[in-house]
Design a protein around this ligand. Sequence first.
Ligand code: SAM
Length: 230
Amino acid sequence: MKIDIVTAQPDIISEPLRQSIIRRASDKGVIDIRVHDLRQYATDRHKQVDDYPFGGGAGMVLKPEPIFSCIEKLQKDAEESGASVDEVIYLTPDGVTLNQKMANSLSMKKHLILLAGHYKGVDQRVRDRLITREISIGDYVLSGGELPALVLVDALVRLLPGAIGDAVSALSDSFQDELLDAPAYTRPAIYRDLEVPAVLRSGNHEAVSNWREAERLKKTMERRPDLLDG
Ligand code: SAM
């Protein structure tokens, strides 16, 4: 899978991409992630990527020209290599809220472009003309789209075959079906006065599986009964 991230703040994104599962997936060739600095597409002397909003009011707006130049170049490069970009996604609080089902479906795509906004957001003409999907990571507002882009990348990468050691692990996580995940324990079996449930040490796979299912159901009923609706 290929992901291009377009941002005016590349430094916020670059270091986290060099860590842990995302780095290992990149090293293995499972994912090819590139970060594009909008300032390199600004045409004026000061490399300005934002400007005052028409109509007045607080907050700057990301200008359309650098974004159009960058995204159209990425689309053209893809076409020239015989492929095409599947989605151009703008991370924005007024988008559709990201969930596991959406992550599962996006993880099947071959090439995504992610656009991170800043300040007041991006010029509406970018959204009208270039963006194919708008995604929010929750009902709160961050200063920029860089962290939301990283959240989306992480949610996708861990689903790609070969990205994490045990592929089954991702499939048994919360939200892959209508249940939350079961509690997890590791050694030591007794820590202070806290003991790991005996069934997990019994070696009886069927009993372990039944216990986990029961715990998942119990936790979901307590915390997220909405997931069980219907
Ligand atoms: N004026 C925008 C609004 O009220 O909807 C908020 C702009 S926000 C301060 C700046 C940028 O951060 C946005 O363009 C977006 O890229 C990103 N952002 C902030 N919160 C986000 C969220 N919950 N989900 C996705 N992106 C978010």
